[in-house]
Design a protein around this ligand. Structure first.
Ligand code: NDP
Length: 303
């Protein structure tokens, strides 16, 4: 049986280390969360983010413009948030409704208030290995590897998925820690074989249980970023989650087949309870860092 990497324990450690830094600040860090419309999954994510702010005594402001807001309307909201002194971090919950130009919105967030680390300037900082807010989910994965003292330097890492929010930044973060990194995607040939070469395999594709035993080298560390809701009883049973399904009518499954990971990997993150809790913890960490920087610049009279 493989070792289970407990994301909740890592999250608790990250939040505990933030407490003394928050206590040192002149005012509470401020995070603005913009939720457009009523996407049920987004509502849950935003609720959890606002809850985490309350736990850490952050100031949080939740803005809920209507689903039919225009790009210009949303840009005006971002402009106001950019100028507010009590706001250190801004997050626009994705996905945005179709009529909105999401790229323009993300680029309108002031890079020094970019809590998600998605602004092109901060992506550039990541590429160059300079300080700046980092994409939360891959940054959380790096914290988890560190927490469990899983060696990265000189190891083969395979990242399955090449999105801007997970796959690409994850690959760069692993590269900065001197892993030999391969990025796989939907056009990759011999996908299972590529993945099987990994000492560290990070799966982020959004396909329930796609990564099966043939993708996993015996003893590898498998990080499962995927969050997929399974609503079919037979499928839930295939993932060893029949009991959870009977209770709730649906279950969450990652991109990795949990029973196969348990059988073949050396260690793996469960879903739920693996990478998920780390994303919000890193959002809090980014906001504290942005607040520290802004408050220090204010003290020096720079802004
Ligand atoms: P995207 O849909 O943006 O990207 C998916 C990536 O997976 C793409 O690069 C795509 O390749 C690749 N892919 C899709 N199907 C296959 C396939 N059959 N074989 C190989 N590659 C494939 O997803 P995200 O990166 O946003 O999210 C990935 C997963 O992580 C989702 O389940 C999401 O819910 C979850 N997630 C979890 C978070 C957390 O906090 N735990 C945070 C963010 C995301 P191509 O580019 O070629 O199309």
């Amino acid at each position: 049986m493989a070792k289970i990497l407990d994301g909740v324990a890592v999250r608790n450690g990250i939040l505990a280390r933030l407490q003394p830094r928050i206590a040192k600040l002149g005012r509470a860090p401020g995070l603005a969360v913009v939720l457009v419309g009523h996407d049920p999954a987004s509502e849950v994510y935003v609720r959890n983010k606002v809850k985490a702010c309350a736990e850490l005594n952050f100031f949080s402001d939740k803005l809920t413009p209507p689903a039919d807001i225009s790009t210009e309307g949303l840009l005006a909201i971002i402009d106001t948030l950019n100028k507010r002194d009590d706001i250190d971090g801004i997050l626009v919950q994705m996905p945005l409704p179709k009529q909105i130009d999401a790229r323009r919105v993300l680029e309108a967030i002031a890079p020094e208030k970019d809590a998600d680390g998605f602004h092109p300037m901060n992506v550039g900082h990541l590429v160059a290995g300079r300080p700046g807010p980092r994409a939360c989910t891959p940054a959380g994965v790096m914290e988890l590897l560190k927490h469990y003292s899983i060696p990265v330097s000189g190891k083969r890492a395979v990242v399955l998925g090449r999105s801007d929010i997970v796959g690409k930044p994850q690959a760069l973060m692993l590269l900065h820690e001197s892993a030999t990194v391969t990025i796989c995607h939907s056009r990759t040939a011999n996908l299972a074989e590529e993945c099987r070469r990994a000492d560290i395999l990070v799966a982020a594709i959004g396909k329930a249980g796609f990564v099966t035993a043939e993708f996993i080298a015996p003893g590898a560390t498998v990080i499962d970023v995927g969050i997929n809701r399974v609503t079919d009883a037979a499928e839930a049973e295939r993932f060893g989650k029949a009991a959870g399904f009977a209770k709730a009518g649906s279950v969450l499954v990652g991109d990795v087949h949990p029973l196969d990971a348990d059988r073949v990997a050396g260690a793996y993150t469960p879903v739920p309870g693996g990478v998920g809790p780390l994303t919000i913890a890193m959002l809090m960490a980014n906001t504290v860092e942005l607040s520290e920087r802004r408050q220090s610049l204010t003290k020096q009279g720079v802004i």
